[in-house]
Write a protein that binds this ligand. Structure first.
Ligand code: CMP
Length: 139
């Protein structure tokens, strides 16, 4: 089944100039880039994206970090894109992420973990709509 997932390259990825390297991984895997933009999240947009985490202890720091600079929002599309992208990202906690995964290669801490990917097809639909209009998504 062809799926689309939302990937965010977080402010740390943009600052460290890792966007091209990470996009290359998705392309080499055979996935399509269906939409892409650089955007600085307002607190409102960040709160919408992370609404499921609003009661978590890490929520204030998460919002501070994700709004600290531009992020690259990407729609990645292909067979089983949601689970394939999550495997490519590695564990949310970079300390547990395998080498060869994005977090396992570039991150050390949970707060600055480089990348976000939707956790299900349902989440992906909701998250894609936060960043892109229907007309901005190709393929
Ligand atoms: P992400 O996939 O963007 O979803 C929520 C983010 O919260 C997560 O990646 C981490 O960057 C951040 N975070 C910080 N602390 C934690 C934690 N203890 N558990 C889960 N996510 C955390």
């Amino acid at each position: 089944t062809i799926e689309s997932t939302l990937v965010l390259l977080k402010p740390d990825a943009v600052k460290r100039k890792l966007c091209g390297e990470i996009i290359s991984r998705f392309e080499r895997r055979g996935l399509d880039i269906s939409a892409l933009k650089l955007v600085r999240l307002t607190r409102d947009v960040a709160a919408k994206h992370y609404e499921e985490h609003q009661d978590k202890p890490f929520y204030p720091a998460l919002l501070e970090f994700i709004t600290s600079g531009p992020v690259m929002a990407i729609v990645v599309t292909g067979p089983h894109a949601v689970s394939i992208v999550r495997k490519m990202m590695g564990a949310t906690n970079p300390a547990e992420a395998q080498p060869g995964t994005i977090r396992g290669d570039y991150a050390t801490t949970m707060d600055n973990n480089i990348v976000h990917g939707s956790d299900s097809v349902v989440s992906a639909k909701r998250e894609i709509a936060i960043y892109f209009t229907v007309g901005e998504v190709y393929g």
